[in-house]
Design a protein around this ligand. Structure first.
Ligand SMILES: [Zn+2]
Length: 375
């Protein structure tokens, strides 16, 4: 899964991994030059310095292209023929939608503070600097590797429990632990689809509330009464802490960040490495018929059996092109529909109708498994 997930949803780490850890300690949003570099082939590596070289050297097989960004920009109105979505990622477009795109990227690279009293014993980690791939690429990679190595051991001991949870670093939880639903994936093998979906719904409701400015961003999440979200974030953590630790520039626009995070989850659910979908039937959404219904979800995938997969070379833009050329509604259409509802300031009760349509389960009890990319 490490490879698969990186190939599909950490594509944006290109931005992070091509910069040095020292010069950009506090830089968070992509600089224009970074985007420019990203648009150029990463193969030559000629811009990389020490830390960047190390990370990108190992990740070169997996880092592809900014697929999430292309989908969002396409959904926002960039007009290209299906299959040419990558052309939407231009410097001007990225600059114009920087905060929304920060949110789209957030589930892959959430900023968080390192434990100062017991910092990770990984080289390149400075506990005084907020951890994010752009700020501390070497440390980020070290932690990611540590999480990937420890997760199977933890799961072997307690298969019923996610490998990581509250108290662990966000990076561990988001990619290998209880927060994998951020990517439309199950937290462990054998998790019933309706359980994964329940968490995704809770998350979507929370994000939607922030996106339409009805959920406060300065109160502890545990006090917000959003279903059982307090179980995931039991401590003194606000939405501002969650989405913008160390990143002051985005705090005025957490509505956009939340919307981006929601789009990320929706988009990952169209990735064949994350979620199994049946072919779409042509039917309209039952409760909100102005939108077409995507293929029903047959299964959420989980990462355990995906470890070691050789499917790390999938061309991500190719996968997106195949999607948009052959599927209607596509991942772009679904993203556009959520953006439309957001622009209309739809209530969660309205937005949920479309959520239910996009995440309609063919078999609620279907247990999660590794999916087609198992070993
Ligand atoms: Zn993802």
């Amino acid at each position: 899964m490490t490879q698969i997930r990186l190939s599909y949803c950490i594509a944006l780490l290109v931005i992070g991994t091509i910069v040095s850890s020292s010069s950009l300690a506090f830089q968070i949003l992509p600089r224009i030059s970074d985007v420019d570099r990203q648009l150029t082939s990463v193969g030559s590596n000629r811009w990389l310095d020490g830390a960047g070289q190390l990370v990108i050297g190992r990740f070169a097989q997996m880092i592809k292209h900014p697929v999430h960004e292309a989908i969002v920009l396409n959904a926002l109105g960039c007009v290209v023929p299906p299959g040419d979505e990558s052309e939407c990622v231009t410097i001007d477009a990225v600059k114009k939608h920087q905060v929304l795109l920060y949110g789209v990227r957030w589930p892959d690279d959430p900023p968080f503070a390192l434990n100062r009293t017991s910092p990770p014993r990984i080289s390149g980690c400075n506990p005084n600097v907020t951890l994010r791939s752009t700020a501390q690429p070497k440390c980020w990679y070290g932690l990611f590797t540590d999480a990937a190595q420890s997760a199977p051991k933890r799961l072997a001991k307690q298969p019923e429990k996610p490998a990581f949870g509250p108290g662990d670093y966000l990076l561990y939880r988001s990619h290998f632990g209880d927060l994998q639903f951020l990517h439309s994936m199950a937290a462990r093998d054998g998790e019933p689809a309706e359980e994964t979906l329940q968490r995704m719904r809770m998350w979507a409701r929370f994000l939607w509330g922030i996106a339409i400015k009805e959920i406060p961003t300065d109160q502890y999440i545990r006090n917000l009464n959003v279903e059982q979200l307090e179980r995931l974030f039991p401590g003194d953590m606000t939405a501002t802490n969650l989405f913008a630790t160390g990143i002051v520039e985005v705090r005025k626009h957490l509505d956009e960040v939340a919307m981006g995070a929601l789009l990320h989850m929706v988009q990952d659910s169209f990735s064949q490495a994350h979620t199994g979908r049946l072919p779409e039937s042509g039917v309209r959404c039952k409760d909100i018929p102005r939108f077409l219904q995507p293929g029903k979800i047959s299964q959420f995938y989980s990462y355990a059996g995906q470890i070691g997969s050789q499917h790390d070379r999938e061309d991500t833009f190719k996968a997106l092109s195949l999607q948009t050329l052959q599927t209607q509604p596509s991942v772009v259409d679904a993203s556009r529909a959520f953006l439309t509802l957001w622009q209309e300031h739809a209530s969660w009760e309205q937005a949920e109708k479309y959520f239910n349509c996009v995440f309609d389960l063919a078999a609620p009890q279907a247990p999660s498994g590794p999916g087609p990319y198992s070993q």
